[in-house]
Each structure stands twice: as C-alpha cells, then as structure tokens.
Design a protein around this ligand. Structure first.
Ligand SMILES: [Zn+2]
Length: 626
C-alpha cells in the first residue's frame, strides 16, 4: 500500500515537471557544456544545498542567461548569503534564482542603481511588478561572481515553486548534467545507538568500508573498478552465490548480487544501529565531485531508509544538521550522510519507510543482510552489501544512558539560578535530557556565571531564547547598551549576539548549545584604506577599497560620502572588503571624503581624507582589485 502511494506520487510529480518542460524547454543559465560543483540537497553546515552550482572556470564575469521567459520579480543585494541575487518569475508558477553575481546586466543594473541612490543603501531587497523588467529566454541578466557567502567564483542557481516557496531540484526541469559514471562510496560505517547519537560519541562504530588507509584510497578504487567488470561476468553465470556470512562487505551488481568480496573483519552488532555513508558523484569531464541524489538502505530486502533530493521547503533547510553527522562536519567539514531519520527531523525528502533507517535484528541469532545503494540523478548506481552477525549478548548489555525527558516536539523552559532557557517545540532532532551548569565567570565577562548549556555536540534546529543575569557591580550602567551574548560551541564556533535588557537580565536568541556568557564590546570597527599613502588623485571609473572589520558585535552600517554626496558602496563581508566605485555620481574636483563604519552596538569609526576626482579617462575600472 505504502509502496503504491509513493509510486503514484512519483508519477504525479513527474508529470507536473513534464508539463513545465513542454510549455517551453528551459536552457542552462550558462552557455556551453554545463559542469557542476554542487548539486541539490548536498549537506552543508546548518543547511541543505538548495540549488545547482554551475562552474564558471574560476572566472568572474561569465554571462548569466535567463533559463526561460518571465520577469524580474525580486532583486536582493547583500554583503553575506547570496550576495548580488536575481529572482525571475516564469509562467507555470516557478521562480529561478541566480546568486553570487558580480553585477547585473542592463537594464536591470540601471534599475537597481537608481533604487540604491533612492534609498541610500547598498543592502536592499526589492520586489518588482511583472511589467517593470520583463526578460526573454537566453537574455543576459547578469554576470557571474563570488559575492556574498560564496566560496569561489560560480553561479548558484535555484528553482522554487513561486507560491509555496518549495525549493526544487533543478535537474527535474530538463537542466540535466552529462553523467555516465556511478557514484563512488568513500566510507560506510555502522553506528550503534543509543548514545549521544552523533559521531564517535556513540557506543559502537564499525567501519565496514574501506579497510584501507585513506592514503591508499585512490589506487584501490581504480583497482576495484577493474575487478568489478571482470567479476561481473563471473557472477552473472552464478547469480545466486550466497554472501560469506562471516566476512562481510560486497560490491553489488544492479540486481543486488555480490560481485566482489572485500576483506573485512567480522562485525558483531548490538542492535539497533544505522549506517553512516560518505559518497560522491562525478559528472563526465568534471574533475570536481558532487553529492549523490538518492541513498537507499535495505535490510533483508526491505527498504528501511530512502533519501531522495527532490524538494524541500525553504524553512526546512536547517534539517541538514540532522541528515549529516553533525560532529564530524564541525570537526573536519566532512559530509557523512547519517542514514537515520531522527524523530525531530521533518524534512520532506524521504520515501515512505516505517523504519527511518534503523536496523533491528530480524530473528534470534540470525544473520541479517544489509545493502546500501547510492544513485546519481541519471540513475547510475553503486551498491554495497554485508551481513551482520547479532551480538549473542543482546542489547541488554548496552551501557545505560541518561533518561531523555525532552522529546523534539515538546517545548521546554528551565531556570537555574537566574539563568533561563526556553526551547520552543522543534528545537532538537532527538530526545535530550537538558543539562545546565553554572561555572565561574571568566575575566572580562559581565554575567553572573558562565553557563554550560547542554552539549555543543548536539545540533539545534532553530533559535531559542536565553536570559542571563548580570553580575552585580560588574557592569557600569553607562555600558549596558554595549553588552553582547557570547556563545561558544566546538572548535571555533563562536557568536556574539545582540539582545535586550529586562531589569538586570539580558535576553537574546541563541542558536547553539555550549558555553554562554555576557561580554562588553566598546571597541569600534577598524578601517584600513588600500589607497597608496601619497595618492591624492583618482579618476571616475576607478574604485577605492577599504578593509573594514569588527571584532565582536559585527558591522551594522557603512556610509561613504564625497563632500555632501552619498556614494554607493559594495561590501563583501567574507573578505572584510568595502569597494567604492567612483561613478558618475561622484562630484569632480577636490573633495573631503568620509567613511563612517558602525557596529551593532553603536561603536563607530570615521576615516576622513582628501581626494581629487578627475573625469573619466577610460570607460572601465582599471584599478586592480586587492
Ligand atoms: Zn550553491
């Protein structure tokens, strides 16, 4: 029954996507052979990758094309996130998003520049009516860049359902990548629960694949490929060859039969357990790898886990924390897919299975066969199979763990001393027993204590309110507006957050478990001009650059004026770089220039210098970018 329902849904969704494609086949947003550096649904810190990343050959300025007819519905400029982004609405109810652009193309560029000067602001989020900026399929709408939170020049491209804001896998819209090779698996681990539920804190973790040291991985992979083709013939003649019950990992053919036995120690297991899998995919002629499209886990041929990167709602992106081994991600940025769906994980990218990835013993003392399959979007697949010998001692010997009183769907408020925390329903993915410890306050901190709130190894899904009492006598009343909540998690996860006072208690929204205290920020941002010391003259068409930085609160505002005239800046937060294009709006002649930078608690710094502006010498910006 459930299988039928899932299948029908697939047919329905498939036909909807088919309809769109039939109305006007979409084109890729970049000319030439499409190569991707990131696909839909990949695991990232605090989010799931929501689009398709197109490679631009490490270059900035590659023309970006409208994939279909439509109109510009939204233009957003930001120093973080998507940077310079464009949103097009298309007939059929879909929106496409183009992010990390270097600049917009005409006439969009002129439209947006007028808005910047109208609102005297670089960071803007503008909604447009259909008649304002219509676009035709193939029209150049902008040029690729590295703006916002981008980690290198590329185009981030997204498809959304306009009304629901569901984010969809762009490859369903005919934007296919050329890919003939199966994904490859880097590691498979069997993770035993209970325990803390993540990474090496669990009670048992068995490496099923590979046996080799990481250094030997590449070589062994090639060898395996060779073996695979020769052994496939052999198995084809004897498809019913039984897996070796004591050894264990097999590379599978598409029919699920083993073709190659890999050396492996016998693994004993205390149930329940789940698999953790690292897998990548490679498109033709692409030296970069991307994530896989689908992961299916079978136990004795029953599907116990089925993750498929088709669509999720905009609000669900942080469930990525629960799909991955969060601790491993924080420690070394690895993307380990946790093939178990936690009770608090409401992501809509799972097939209908009763087991949420958990492996249970099927019978007393019986061997269980488990298969792990990875697919790319073109249905190329790779599968591994192994058998599990259940521990004869049974689950009763597992170490007792803390009773977990708080389920993910429940809200929870707790007060310890003057410290309060309020977790709304849906904050955690797995049940926890919330722990709070008051520790001696560190030097410079102005809270009564430093508080250890639960465990920083546990990811949280959303912001929650905390309230910390100030240490009596430690905080000068004049400095109350310079206070920040400092949260510290694992290995360099540190955040300074602004909040509000209620009496002697400071309220703020935290987004991670870990150490919390209150600190003072009285230090204004720093400004470093990249203008040469004796440079007193610049021409229109050139740019000025400044490094601006703030240690704690973060930069809230930046204004650049030439005399009385406000000049449009472009701020790139990840590089602490502020660019001022000396455009036609800047007055000619000798000027007093002023840059004012303010942080989120109102500390500000001004940098003033004289500069003479001459008229355009060349039409383009010839200042070398730092
Ligand atoms: Zn992207």
């Amino acid at each position: 029954m459930s299988w039928c329902r899932f299948r029908n849904l697939g047919v329905l969704v498939g036909s909807l996507w088919g309809l769109v494609a039939a109305a006007q086949p979409w084109i890729h947003p970049i000319a030439g052979r499409p190569l991707s550096s990131g696909v839909f649904g990949e695991l990232r810190t605090n989010h799931l990758h929501s689009g398709l990343d197109y490679r631009t050959g490490s270059e900035i300025g590659v023309p970006i094309l409208a994939v279909a007819n439509g109109h510009v519905a939204r233009i957003k400029t930001s120093a973080t996130g998507y940077g310079l982004a464009l949103y097009l609405d298309h007939p059929g109810g879909y929106t496409t998003v183009y992010a990390h652009l270097d600049r917009y193309a005409s006439p969009i560029a002129e439209w947006m520049k007028a808005r910047h000067y109208q609102y005297i602001q670089f960071e803007l989020d503008m909604a447009l009516k259909p008649h304002e900026l219509p676009v035709k399929q193939g029209q150049i709408i902008g040029y690729s860049g590295n703006s916002g939170g981008s980690g290198g020049p590329h185009l981030h491209f997204e498809v959304r359902h306009t009304l629901s804001e569901d984010i969809l896998n762009p490859q369903h819209f005919g934007l296919r990548l050329i890919d003939h090779a199966a994904p490859f698996v880097q590691s498979i681990q069997l993770v035993q629960i209970p325990g803390i539920g993540y990474s090496d804190e669990v009670l048992g973790r068995t490496v099923l694949y590979p046996d080799q040291e990481p250094a030997a991985k590449v070589r062994s992979k090639k060898k395996r490929k060779g073996k695979r083709s020769s052994k496939r013939k052999r198995t084809a003649s004897n498809p019913l060859r039984k897996p070796n019950p004591t050894k264990a990992t097999y590379l599978l053919t598409s029919e699920g039969y083993p073709v190659d036995t890999l050396k492996h120690p016998t693994h004993l297991l205390r149930y329940p357990a789940y698999l953790e899998l690292m897998a990548r995919d490679r498109q033709d002629s692409n030296e970069l790898t991307t994530g896989v499209y689908r992961i299916v886990i079978l136990q004795n041929r029953d599907t116990v886990y089925d993750f498929r990167a088709d669509r999720f709602h905009f609000d669900q992106t942080r469930y990525g924390n629960s799909v991955m081994d969060y601790l491993a991600r924080i420690k070394d940025r690895s993307q380990k897919h946790r093939c178990q769906r936690s009770p608090g994980n409401l992501l809509t990218m799972y097939g209908n299975t009763m087991r949420n990835g958990l492996l249970f013993p099927s019978g007393q003392g019986q061997m269980d066969s488990v298969q792990a399959w990875c697919y790319d979007f073109n249905d190329n697949s790779i599968g591994y199979g192994f058998t599990i010998a259940p521990d004869t001692l049974g689950p009763s010997t597992t170490k007792p763990y803390l009773p977990r009183s708080h389920a993910p769907h429940q809200g929870l408020s707790r007060t310890v001393g003057g410290f309060k925390v309020n977790l709304p329903p849906g904050t955690v993915y797995d049940s926890i027993s919330l722990q709070i410890k008051a520790l001696p306050v560190g030097r410079g901190a102005v809270s009564q204590h430093e508080y250890l709130l639960h465990d920083p190894r546990i990811p949280v899904h959303q912001a929650f309110e905390v309230c910390l009492p100030a240490k009596p006598g430690r905080l000068h009343p004049g400095l109350r507006n310079k206070v920040l909540l400092r949260t510290r998690g694992l290995s360099g996860q540190i955040a300074h957050l602004t909040g509000r006072w209620e009496g002697d208690h400071y309220h703020a929204q935290a987004k991670m478990f870990g150490r919390l205290d209150l600190v003072l920020d009285t230090v204004p941002p720093t400004i470093r001009s990249l203008l040469k010391p004796k440079e007193l003259r610049r021409q229109r068409g050139q740019s000025l650059y400044f490094r601006i930085q703030d240690g704690m609160a973060g930069i809230a505002d930046y204004r650049f004026c030439a005399g009385d005239a406000w000049i449009l800046p472009a701020y790139d937060a990840k590089n602490n770089l502020l660019q001022i294009r000396l455009d036609e709006c800047i007055p000619l002649g000798k000027q007093s220039m002023e840059l004012l930078v303010t942080d989120k608690v109102g500390n500000s710094r001004v940098h003033r210098f004289p500069l003479e502006i001459e008229d355009f010498a060349q039409p383009t910006d010839n200042t070398s970018k730092p």
